[in-house]
Design a protein around this ligand. Structure first.
Ligand code: GLY
Ligand code: MN
Ligand code: MN
Length: 488
C-alpha cells in the first residue's frame, strides 16, 4: 500500500546505477542524534477530540488519512496540506509526513489510536538519495517513530504495516473518505463498498467530525488569535506598500504578493487565495485573479487571512481608500456596511441562533438601500421571504464558521449550523457588504462600481462576543488615520 516508487522521470534521470556508486553513497555517514521531544501543547487537546469521536462511534475502527500531495502537473505537486480532520485529531501541523494514516481501533471501552507514517529511511536505501518525492536528499529527513510518538502523545507504527490493518478491517469500519482518494478506492475494493458511493456511516462520521469542530477548544482559540495577529501585520505591510501598489500596472498583484510574504514569513501560507479587488473588481465577490491596476481614488477591497503552522486561519476583509480618504459616496456605502456589521455583532451571545446574525445585518442593508431609493418596495416589504430585493446588492451570507478551514464545519447539519444555537467557543465571521455593479441601472451612476465588505472574526464568550480582529482599523476615521500613519 505504501508505494515508494518515484513517478516517471526516467527520461531525464542521471542517477548512477552502479553498485560501486550505491555502496559509496550508502556509507560513511555519521550517526544521528535521536532527540525525543516533550509532547507539544496541542497533544492533550487532540486526545480529547479523539475521545469525543470515539464515544460517538463505539466498536468501529475509524480510519483518518492525512492524504497525498495533489498533482499540479506530471511530477510537480501543490504544496502538501493534510486533511483538516487529520490535523484536528492528531495535532500534527506543517511537519506532517505525507501519506500518514491515523487508525482508531476499538478496545472494548473506547479506542486505541495509532499513527501510521513512513518512518525515516536508512542511508543504505535507494530512497535516501534517488527518490525525488520522499527521499531525504530531495525533501529532507523524516522524523523517527519514537520522536513523533512523544511529540504527539500517540502510538506510532511504520506505514508499511498499515496494510495488515487494512486487511483486518470489516464492513463496520469508518473512513474519512475525501482525504486520500487512492486509499478510499483500495478500502472500498477490500470492504466491498461501491466505489464513488459513500457508505452512509462514513457520511455520519464526516458530519460528526465537522460538528465537533463547531466549538473551539482553548488551543484553537489561541491559534486563531495568532492567525488574526499575523493577518493584521499583513494588512499593515500592504498599506505601507501603497506607493508600489499604485505604481505597478498590476497593483492588485503587489497587494497579494505583499500579504503573501507576511503569510509565509509568519505562518504556513494564506488560508485561502487573497482577494485584492480594486475599483469595480470589488463587486466580484471572489476576485482572485488580482491582475488589475489600482487607480488613485479607488477603494480596494482586500480579503485575506494568514494560516498559521497548525493550519488555523484568519479571514479578514478591509476596504481601503488607496489615496487615504473616502469620497462622500464611498463613505456613505462604507458607513452602511459598518452599521450592518456592528448591529450583527451586538446581538451575538450564547443562546441566539446563528441565522439571527445574518438576519440582523440584512435589516440594516435593506433599510439603507431603501433609504437611498434603490428598492422598488419598503425595507420591511423587501425583508419578506418572497421579496429580498436588497439582496441584489449583497448576495452572499453574513457569517460562516472559521477554524482549520476558512469555511469550517461545512459538513455539519443545517440544524447545527445555520439553524444552530450559538455557543461559547464558537468562532465565526461577520462580513456584510454592499456591491453596486458598474452596470447596475437600479443605482445612481456615482454608486456604480463601488464594492465594500468589512469582515471580522468573532469569538463567542460566556456572555457575549469578542471581535478578535478589532485591532485592525475598521471605522472610516481609523482607516484613514491608519493609512496616514504609513506616510501617505
Ligand atoms: N474569504 C472568503 C470568505 O470571506 O468567505
Ligand atoms: Mn469569510
Ligand atoms: Mn473573507
Amino acid at each position: 500500500m505504501a508505494d515508494t516508487t518515484p513517478r516517471a522521470t526516467s527520461n531525464r534521470s542521471t542517477t548512477p546505477g552502479s553498485s560501486t556508486f550505491k555502496d559509496f553513497i550508502g556509507s560513511q555517514w555519521a550517526d544521528r542524534e535521536q532527540t525525543i521531544p516533550e509532547p507539544r501543547e496541542q497533544a492533550a487537546f487532540a486526545a480529547e477530540r479523539r475521545a469525543r469521536i470515539s464515544e460517538l462511534h463505539p466498536g468501529r475502527t475509524i480510519v483518518v488519512p492525512a492524504g497525498q500531495a495533489k498533482v499540479r502537473s506530471n511530477d510537480c505537486d501543490y504544496p502538501f496540506r493534510p486533511h483538516s480532520t487529520f490535523a484536528h485529531l492528531t495535532g500534527w501541523g506543517t511537519d506532517t509526513v505525507v501519506g500518514s494514516v491515523l487508525v482508531m481501533t476499538p478496545n472494548g471501552s473506547g479506542h486505541d489510536a495509532t499513527l501510521y507514517f513512513r518512518a525515516t529511511a536508512g542511508r543504505d536505501s535507494e530512497e535516501f538519495y534517488a527518490n525525488p518525492e520522499i527521499g531525504e536528499f530531495w525533501v529532507g529527513p523524516r522524523p523517527s517513530l519514537d520522536a513523533v510518538a512523544a511529540d504527539l502523545g500517540l502510538a506510532t507504527a511504520d506505514l508499511g504495516s498499515f496494510s495488515d490493518v487494512a486487511d483486518g478491517l470489516d464492513a463496520s469500519a469508518l473512513l474519512v473518505r475525501e482525504a486520500d482518494d487512492d486509499l478510499t478506492r483500495t478500502l472500498d475494493a477490500r470492504l466491498g463498498s461501491a466505489v464513488g458511493g459513500a457508505p452512509a456511516t462514513d457520511d455520519v462520521l464526516a458530519r460528526d467530525l465537522s460538528e465537533q469542530r463547531l466549538v473551539k477548544d482553548a488551543y484553537e482559540v489561541g491559534e486563531l488569535r495568532k492567525a488574526v495577529d499575523a493577518t493584521k501585520h499583513g494588512f499593515d505591510d500592504v498599506i505601507a506598500d501603497f506607493d508600489a501598489v499604485l505604481a505597478h500596472q498590476r497593483g492588485e498583484r503587489i497587494v497579494e504578493g505583499t500579504f503573501n510574504r507576511r503569510a509565509r514569513a509568519d505562518g504556513n501560507t494564506v488560508g485561502y487565495d487573497t482577494i485584492a479587488a480594486s475599483g469595480h473588481h470589488a463587486c466580484i465577490l471572489h476576485w482572485t485573479r488580482n491582475d488589475g491596476a489600482v487607480q488613485p481614488g479607488d477603494l480596494i477591497l482586500i480579503d485575506a487571512g494568514v494560516e498559521v503552522d497548525s493550519f488555523y486561519t484568519a479571514d479578514i476583509t478591509r476596504t481601503l481608500p488607496v489615496s487615504g480618504t473616502f469620497s462622500p459616496v464611498q463613505r456613505m456605502v462604507y458607513d452602511a456596511v459598518l452599521e450592518a456589521a456592528d448591529a450583527a455583532f451586538a446581538i451575538v451571545k450564547p443562546g441566539i441562533t446563528f441565522r439571527q446574525v445574518h438576519a440582523t445585518a440584512m435589516e440594516v442593508i435593506a433599510r439603507k438601500t431603501a433609504e437611498w431609493g434603490f428598492l422598488p418596495v419598503s425595507a420591511e416589504e423587501s425583508l419578506e421571504a418572497d421579496n429580498q430585493f436588497h439582496r441584489r446588492y449583497m448576495v452572499h451570507g453574513t457569517s460562516h464558521h472559521l477554524g482549520l478551514d476558512v469555511h469550517d464545519c461545512a459538513k455539519a447539519r443545517r440544524e447545527m449550523y445555520i439553524d444552530g444555537v450559538v455557543q461559547p467557543g464558537m468562532v465565526f465571521t461577520i462580513e456584510p457588504g454592499l456591491y453596486f455593479q458598474q452596470d447596475d441601472l437600479t443605482v445612481p451612476a456615482e454608486f456604480r462600481g463601488i464594492g465594500v465588505r468589512i469582515e471580522d472574526d468573532i469569538l463567542v464568550t460566556e456572555d457575549g462576543a469578542e471581535n478578535l480582529s478589532i485591532g485592525i482599523p475598521r471605522t472610516p476615521s481609523d482607516v484613514e488615520a491608519w493609512i496616514a500613519r504609513s506616510g501617505r
